[in-house]
Design a protein around this ligand. Structure first.
Ligand code: ATP
Length: 724
């Protein structure tokens, strides 16, 4: 813009001659131009005056070429031909459909015959009427009448001659037909009765069909299909435009429908349509997921049919939209493929559920831990039961089960569990804690055992399916903690339980110890972050907020478009499964009712009896109840102090406790003792003592006698109060 202000970048003032030259560029003073260029070089800021600089490389300006190497190859065969299960489903559906339609119409044959008989006179009339019109060329009659009205004699003569010619020929043809029909009637009179009936039947059928009113078809409808509209790009663009996403609306206003592109054709995929959509720049799939209900409304489909997903590998704005023909909750739940299996191999992937397209989704147990979360009543226990049943049906897998809500959801499987407890009380919580301590010790024992194995037997320092089967003590150990929030949030045992669970999750993976945790309160207090951060496989059913969503599915999941908040009231057993495959999957778990679980548990029990692998409680061992241990630990600890000992090393206490009650404390370690006394407010401190082996003095972790005595007194006082 030209102004009257002096040019600020030029101390000498405004360059009048330059502007003059620019205004009158019919005469170019080369010397002045050269001088000007020189001056411009001295003042780099003036470069702008040279006009816009093209910053895109020539390469970038060319039309993009199709990267054939990187291009995704579309499958040769449709999905239903590639999967045996889908093919089976498709064939079963086609057979069932055909059988239904055939049976439906077969039952109505008498009705159809009656209708045909009633309509056949009309049909006969129509046929004869049509023949008469043809014979006398009645179609041409209106035209002939018109020529009479306009008194066009020449035209009338021409048409009359044409009609006479036609009627002559048609008369001959009609005569031949009538004679043929008379001969056929005579032949029919001489023919056997069944031929006469058959001809009569055909005649009635033909004339009945001719006589049908246009709006009343002969056949009733065997199936009443809900007409599912095809998914087209226009419908998708329209639906996206009503979501109220500013980025989409602005792009659509500027570029029209071209602002939303479709990198692949919209295709049939399973029982629905799939559209791959590139949203306008700046809009992410998360924005769309947030408005799934509005998207469904824009598409004019029920919410349960509309399943938007992201494909972050390609771009945060790549939306994969799958629109099913029927809401997921209305599709009959498929039968669990392992329902008939007598035994299962826990090391192999097992069918966990189906995706919205009806494809089987599998989950693996070895080398992972599983976290399942949701608000109450959406299928947590039902989904925990599946891996638990798989572990139970493998007779060589050790199974531990804990249900801290005590509703008995896992009770049918108690008979195959080496350890099992169910209840809302402190004892069950403590049993869970003790189990975690033992699992931690088990991890240490297994790590030591694996270290001792020759390299050629165990090259990766981890339990393999073969080792799990061959070496006693390295069998897969699956431990289930249902409603684990009641343990982790427990005032006395929660903190230690959380720490132990984190350690087991980190260590146990390679050692054949698999933790399965289910919670209905996935928040920081009820699910330690160390636990939620380290679990490999996650399944999140319906939750109400971003925090719970990310606790179960992992940090930033919500931001990346994995939102279990989008599931609705009807989505029972439907959740996001992360970690079981490369991408997150929406899965509806298989559902087994109580009697089915009982049946499978009985089968698992029989398999274990046959294999001789029932251990622990399943083999009839009485578990040492935490109550008895809790009763005695404080007293026992106090009793092993001698009168003159104010403090003792923890290891000395452990030695004395083992000597006192070897059947109870045989496995006790220093750490475990410290952890077990902690809930009573007894902490370990540095204690000076003398090592009996070396006779040297040293500072080690130990316990103060007074603290134990006070804890006993306090407990007795509380007991007295509660008794009163
Ligand atoms: N995959 C599924 N398909 C259909 N219905 C299911 C499925 N999973 C669960 N349900 C239904 O949801 C109900 C609740 O399931 P479940 O008891 O497993 O939920 P939960 O989350 O463990 O509940 P709570 O937290 O109250 O114990 C079941 O009774 C069942 O009717």
């Amino acid at each position: 813009m030209t102004t009257n202000e002096p040019d600020r970048d030029r101390p000498e003032g405004l360059d009048w001659s330059r502007y003059e030259n620019e205004m009158t560029d019919n005469v170019v003073d080369l010397d002045a131009a050269r001088e000007r260029r020189q001056r411009d070089d001295d003042h780099e800021d003036q470069d702008d005056a040279a006009g816009p600089v093209l910053v895109d490389s020539l390469e970038a300006q060319r039309k993009p070429k199709l990267d054939r190497r990187g291009a995704e190859r579309r499958p040769l065969l449709p999905a239903w031909l590639r999967s045996r299960a889908e093919l089976r489903d498709a064939v079963a559906w086609a057979a069932g459909y055909t059988a239904h339609v055939a049976a439906y119409h077969a039952l109505r044959l008498p009705k159809y015959a009656g209708k045909l008989a009633l309509r056949s006179p009309v049909g006969l009339g129509r046929t004869v009427g049509g023949a008469m019109r043809w014979l006398f060329d009645l179609e041409g009659e209106p035209v002939r009448q018109a020529t009479v009205r306009t008194e066009n004699a020449e035209q009338y003569l021409h048409l009359s001659r044409q009609r006479d010619r036609r009627v002559r020929w048609r008369g001959i043809v009609a005569l031949v037909v009538i004679v043929t029909l008379i001969l056929a009637a005579v032949a029919l009179l001489l023919a056997p009765a069944w031929v006469r009936w058959a001809v009569l039947g055909v005649a009635v059928a033909v004339f009945g069909l001719r006589g049908a009113p246009a709006d009343r078809p002969l056949l009733d409808r065997a199936v009443v299909g809900t007409q599912v509209a095809k998914l087209t790009s226009d419908i998708v663009v329209r639906a996206l435009s009503v979501l109220g996403i500013a980025g989409v609306n602005q792009a659509l206003a500027k570029q029209g429908n071209g602002a939303i592109t479709f990198p692949a054709p919209i295709v049939r995929d399973g029982p629905g349509w799939r559209a791959d959509v590139d949203l306008p720049p700046g809009v992410t799939v998360g924005d769309v997921l947030d408005r799934r209900d509005r998207l469904a409304s824009g598409l004019g489909r029920p919410l349960g049919c509309v399943w938007p997903e992201g494909n972050a590998d390609i771009s945060p704005s790549r939306l994969v939209l799958w629109v099913g023909d029927r809401p997921m909750s209305q599709v009959p739940p498929p039968v669990w493929p392992l329902l008939k299996a007598s035994t299962v191999d826990v090391a192999k992937p097992f069918p966990f559920g189906t995706d919205p397209r009806g494809r089987v989704v599998t989950m693996e147990l070895p080398y992972t831990n599983v976290l399942i979360g949701s608000i109450p009543g959406y299928g947590k226990t039902a989904s925990v039961q599946l891996p638990m049943l798989v572990a139970a049906l493998d007779p060589h897998t050790e199974l531990w089960g804990f249900d801290f809500k005590g509703t008995g959801g896992l009770d049918p499987l108690a008979r195959v569990c080496a350890r099992y407890a169910s209840g809302q009380d402190d004892d069950t919580a403590e049993a869970g804690l003790v189990a975690l301590r033992e699992l931690r010790a088990e991890c240490q024992r297994r790590a030591a055992a694996i270290k001792k194995l020759p390299k050629d037997v165990c090259p990766d320092n981890k339990v393999t399916p073969e080792l799990a089967r061959r070496i006693k003590g390295l069998q897969w150990l699956v431990a289930i903690f249902d409603e684990c929030q009641d343990l982790f949030a427990h005032a006395e045992f929660g903190k230690e339980a959380g720490e132990l669970a984190e350690k087991i999750i980190k260590l146990g993976r390679a050692l054949g110890v698999i933790l399965i945790l289910a919670t209905q309160r996935p928040d920081a207090k009820s699910l330690p972050t160390g636990v939620s951060a380290n679990v490999g496989t996650r399944f999140c059913l319906r939750v109400m907020g971003q925090l719970e969503n990310d606790m179960v599915l992992g940090t930033s999941s919500y931001r990346n478009g994995l939102r279990a908040t989008m599931f609705t009231k009807k989505d029972l057993g439907v959740g996001y499964l992360v970690g079981a495959a490369d991408d997150a999957q929406i899965v509806r778990t298989y559902y087994l009712d109580g009697p089915t679980v009982e049946k499978l548990a009985a089968r698992a029990y029989a398999a274990r009896v046959a294999a001789g692998t029932l251990t622990g409680q399943a083999a009839g061992d009485q578990p040492e109840t935490p109550a008895t241990r809790r009763e005695t630990l404080l007293e026992d600890t106090l009793s092993v102090f001698q009168a003159d000992e104010a403090k003792l090393w923890a290891e000395t206490l452990v030695e004395r406790l083992i000597a006192l009650r070897p059947e109870v404390y045989a496995e006790l370690t220093r750490d475990q003792l410290g952890a077990a006394l902690k809930p009573y407010g007894i902490t370990t401190t540095q204690v000076w003592g003398t090592d009996p082996a070396t006779g040297k003095g040293a500072n080690r972790r130990g316990i103060d006698r007074t603290a134990v005595a006070e804890a006993v007194a306090e407990r007795n006082r509380r007991r007295g109060e509660s008794a009163a």
